[in-house]
Design a protein around this ligand. Structure first.
Ligand code: FAD
Length: 429
């Protein structure tokens, strides 16, 4: 094969792209990955938690070899007012059981590791190059254009992330709708291993995942997150782009407010911010899935909108990995047939339909609409606080009894709206 012609070119050396590269190179194909960052992962961001099941299928022992930070064995969700907090915690060995384990990761390390695994299988990586365009002949994608360079392949996999300009150029995907995309800003704050264990009540290499609703986003649609790494925490905010003007608080200021919240401040005291990043995340779910294949082209990962945000958990990385695997399988099938037409590559979508990717996206198709409910971010955290205050506050005033204390709180709350939201939550989640 000539230097400028490959079996497959993959645009993007993130998780979707490197998974596809790994599988294709392992099967003996000539694969080129083009990544615009100077190294794989340097442009990428995640809150922090990778559900391991999809990568385990491809590299079964990845957790013992990859630079994962901590195994998540503790889940917390907090509803915050400006000073108060109502927190639910769930901890169980079941969270770390084989097949269900999840890990905090830092993408700059993790993506580089996955790329090196794909390179070991024979994939070629070129970093620091932006793919500007596609070579299209008679409606079929035949390669890519990067600056002055043109490179050809039987098939191109677009794994170029949420704002996939290339799939938009090909007409596979429409421009991002501001209500279907969120912006995330995150700091990695280094604290040292001992502080991480002491402050979060962790043992050994166990870790915690913590989601926050309410005060962190100042009423904007979105939330805060905190994941424990080996010796640092990943802490940040995600808020819907189309809602960004609601509170008048900028995303950067939201992160600063969050760090100053009485729940967070003592946890990060004495820490040093060692990384700052911001990134978009697709949040439209099932309804924003684009055309996933065309003549000579497939779309995977965030480029395909494969993210599920349920408020209490965010998943995109396991979907990116699974879609990279299924895209690679579709290419292998097309190679066996010697046909990379749209109709042959449609096996990609059919295969995805049989996996958790499409099944879960379909199952949670109403979640994005449900998450647009502002009461979730404004009224309900305060309502929870009022209820718990009524239960726990003792100030020497004779108590009228819990029911009498709760009645005025509940009558202030719009119970009809609460009931409706409860029903919506049940159908969406
Ligand atoms: C704030 C935030 C929190 C999140 N939290 C979680 C979480 O806790 N758990 C979870 O599972 N998911 C989470 N996600 C989602 C998850 O990070 C993504 O779903 C995942 O990164 C998608 O991987 P990908 O490979 O599809 O895309 P990306 O990781 O975005 O990779 C795309 C790659 O393509 C490259 N690229 C783009 N355009 C070009 C071009 N033209 N030429 C060359 N290279 C190009 C980029 O540089 C990048 O390396 C979060 C996302 C954000 C933003």
């Amino acid at each position: 094969m000539s230097e400028d012609r490959f079996d497959a070119i993959i645009v993007g050396g993130g998780l979707a792209g490197s998974t596809a590269a790994y599988v294709l190179a392992k099967a003996g194909l000539e694969v080129l990955v083009i990544e615009r960052g100077d190294t794989c992962g340097c442009k990428n961001m995640t809150g922090g938690r990778l559900y391991g099941h999809s990568l385990e299928k491809i590299i079964p022992d990845f957790a013992s070899r990859a630079p994962v930070e901590r195994k998540i064995t503790k889940e917390r969700i907090s509803f915050l007012s400006s000073a108060g907090n109502t927190t639910f915690e769930y901890g169980s060995p079941a969270l770390g059981a084989p097949g269900a384990a999840s890990y905090s990761v830092l993408r700059s390390k993790f993506d580089r590791w996955l790329a090196s695994e794909a390179e070991e299988q024979g994939a070629m990586y070129v970093c620091g190059i932006l793919v500007d365009d596609m070579i299209v002949r008679d409606g079929k994608v035949c390669g890519i254009v990067a600056g002055e360079e043109e490179m050809e392949a039987d098939v191109v996999i677009l794994a170029d992330g949420v704002n996939s300009l290339l799939s938009q150029k090909l007409g596979l995907k429409k421009e991002l709708d501001p209500m279907e995309v969120a912006v995330g800003a995150k700091e990695v704050i280094t604290l040292g291993e001992e502080r991480i264990r002491d402050r979060f009540g962790l043992e050994g290499s166990d870790g915690a995942a913590w989601m926050f609703v309410g005060d962190p986003t100042a009423g904007n649609i979105g939330g805060g997150f905190l994941y424990t790494n080996k010796d640092s925490v990943s802490l940040g905010i995600v808020t819907t782009v189309g809602d960004i003007d609601y509170s008048g608080v900028s995303v950067v200021d939201m992160v600063d407010r969050f760090k100053e919240h009485p729940v967070i401040r003592p946890l990060i005291a004495g820490g040093q911010t060692t990384e700052y990043s911001a990134h978009l995340v697709p949040e439209g779910g099932f309804h924003m899935i684009p055309q996933l294949y065309g003549d000579g082209v497939l779309v995977a990962g965030d480029a395909a909108g494969f993210v599920i945000n349920l408020g209490y958990m965010v998943r995109g990385m396991d979907l990116a990995i699974e879609s990279g695997l299924q895209a690679a399988n579709a290419v292998l099938y097309a190679k066996r047939k010697g046909d990379y037409s749209k109709s042959t590559l449609s096996v990609y979508k059919t295969a995805l339909e049989g996996t958790f990717v499409m099944k879960d996206l379909r199952q949670y198709k109403n979640a994005p609409k449900f998450m647009e409910n502002r009461r979730m971010f404004t009224k309900y955290p305060l309502l929870l606080e009022e209820i718990l205050k009524a239960m726990f506050l003792v100030d020497g005033t004779p108590s009228p009894g819990l029911v009498k204390k709760l009645l005025p709180i509940l009558s202030e709350a719009d119970l009809a709206a609460l009931g409706k939201d409860g029903m919506l939550a049940m159908s969406a989640l």
